[in-house]
Design a binder for this molecule. Sequence first.
Ligand SMILES: *Cc1c(COP(=O)(O)O)cnc(C)c1O
Length: 367
Amino acid sequence: MSSTLDFDIRLSERPRSAAEREAILADPGWGRHFTDHMITIRYAAGKGWHDARLEPYGPIALDPASQVLHYSQELFEGLKAYRQADGSIATFRPYANAARMNRSAQRMAMPEIPEELFVRSLELLVSTDRDWVPTRAGHSLYLRPFMFATTRALGVNSPADEYLFVVIASPSGDYYAKGIKPVSVWLSQDYTRAAPGGTGQAKTGGNYAASFAGQAQAVAHGCDQVVWLDAIEHRWVEEVGSMNLVFVYGSGADARLLTPALTGTLLPGITRDSLLKLAPDLGIPAEEGKISIDEWQAGCESGEITEVFGCGTAAVISPVGSVKAADRSWTIGDGEPGPISMRLREELIGIQYGSRPDPYGWVHKIC
Ligand SMILES: *Cc1c(COP(=O)(O)O)cnc(C)c1O
């Protein structure tokens, strides 16, 4: 029933002028500007998904007792719309985001949204605000679907029974317009991001709320990002900031990839998953496994580990140049972006922007 919901279209009476929009698109930054419209869909127990709208972007009125404000029942997704060489617009693996949102929903005791409805929401917002999809190389329109509990109740004995699903869109610039600069990372041995049985594999705001102190500590130690270790032994490498980590062993024709396995405390990144499929087709074997901080340091010192990078939708591939912890520090390779990282980055971006063939069916045309 709900997957055939019709959207009530309420166009903005005061959309930005072409000149205002172009001024923003000339230097959009990241996550600072939003398009003229948004999607909202309501959910109520017994009624299901209803009241689907495309409406002007703007504030949402919430009762102060809304459950999300007290107990953080929230989840989100992130993906991009890319301007293709022929002027059309496509997204990348939107059904993978829909499926992940529903897995997050199961963990957070929230309702699942039909995948078709999720993807139609993206299509409607992007096609309405298509002039906001940048045409500059490396720029894109970042899409942020999210859902939260709106039930007015302070009781904590049960999940909420009313929710709001929203999609907003934000033009984003080229993360690396000024050239690719490897990040320095801090090994967090005081804080953990996720524990077994917790919410580490769900894309929920609470994971981020719990990570800001660790990120602040990384910055206080002069590093760009924080590396999260496992919660029990503080030894096994999990993620970097809000990206998955990939280790490159060897070089040239002998290069291979290792990424920490999805143990339940890692977020299953779609970029990570795409690289696990793409790399072997480029002759770079890729496996999931386990790596400790001692193995990471020893591998860099022996030269066995040649490159390390973080991967995620926003930056695609972000090389890691150096590692610091309370009791040690080391450099990865010569501290510069490595050839395997850069090749994978170019190949994946090529598929996303349509300049390389997509044998996987990942590219989803919108308009
Ligand atoms: C979203 C996210 C990622 C990356 O996922 P992608 O689907 O590749 O963008 C990795 N780690 C965390 C903690 C995340 O929230």
